[in-house]
Design a protein around this ligand. Sequence first.
Ligand code: NDP
Ligand code: GDR
Length: 329
Amino acid sequence: MSTTPKALITGITGQDGSYLAELLLEKGYDVVGVARRSSTVTFERIAHLQEDIEIAFGDLLDQYSMIKLLEDHQPVEVYNLAAQSFVPTSFDQPVLTGEITGLGVTRVLDAIRVVDPSIRFYQASSSEMFGKVQEVPQTEATPLYPRSPYGVAKVYGHWITINYRESYGLHASSGILFNHESPRRGHEFLPRKVSYNVAKIALGLQDELRLGNLDARRDWGFAGDYVEAMWLMLQQDEPDDYVVSTGETHEVRELVQLAFEHVGKNYEDHVVIDEKFYRPAEVDLLIGDATKAEKQLGWKPKTSFPELVAMMVDADIALLKGDLKGISH
Ligand code: NDP
Ligand code: GDR
């Protein structure tokens, strides 16, 4: 029998799935990535890994598919990264978001309980659970106050993970990750929307960028750094919950300004405020305290905020010039 550890990642086609797959391959794992059936190919972010990982089909909406995946592949670790993860969509499709991002976690946990309770489990919890923040900075002990159907669904996912840990003794851990970005980020999220459109403006392809609330503050890090914390959590003797963040907060306006400055431009000449991008309820301020992750996991972010913004703008300029597929960072 092979002694190579096998990990199963839900959400393999997403931003974090691609970085985590790379990390686990480097560490010598066999990686099985769970994708859902689609009429178009959604493998852009993992195209460069397709020879090295196995793709299996399943859906967090379908309980039996989760059970079958575990029976067929017998992983020792499961990373649950799948979610409907875009906050504005959660206001438009609150029930679907609850089904995937909330109840979906139970489907994975219950499959583990039934098939093999020794499987170690990682849940992708989120700083959006802090919402209207009750404490600054936010730690693992800060009370939760979500401000969107997405945030509410993540609170459910977070607590059901703790509940399965306490009820059935599962090695189930939750990473409360603050915003993390990369050149592989979806185009609808603020930093990627900014980097892509700034790149277009720099290349003379357009002149205007329409945005919503510039006053919100976020704690932004690099996705490539954050997946390391996920893996470290599952290597601990005991399961636990950890905040993963940089400990710095920046206004949306600052990110926008920095991105424009990187290409020698003034954001005020190009940005137009559009009410359409405002949310029914906003999360005004996020800043995480990752002391526990640093002390217990030995984890620290490596990429600074200006480095992250520059990396994303440069990658989008290269992408638009046609000499990068957007997957090499
Ligand atoms: P993405 O939105 O990039 O990826 C989400 C993934 O989930 C995609 O692979 C998507 O597949 C998959 N998915 C969606 N619905 C289902 C379903 N019903 N069944 C199976 N798979 C499904 O997210 P990120 O990579 O940025 O984030 C990973 C996880 O971390 C998410 O759970 C997110 O909520 C959470 N998180 C993210 C943070 C961030 O800043 N990036 C911060 C904190 C938490 P498809 O390609 O088919 O749509
Ligand atoms: P967020 O990320 O909601 O924090 O959730 P997003 O990048 O979408 O928004 C960040 C902030 O920017 C403001 N904003 C805009 N946002 C978008 N998308 N588009 C705009 O035009 C715009 N203008 C201003 C927003 O109002 C907000 O304050 C992300 C997701 O990855 C979640 O899945 C994850 O859990 C959290 O980060 C941590």
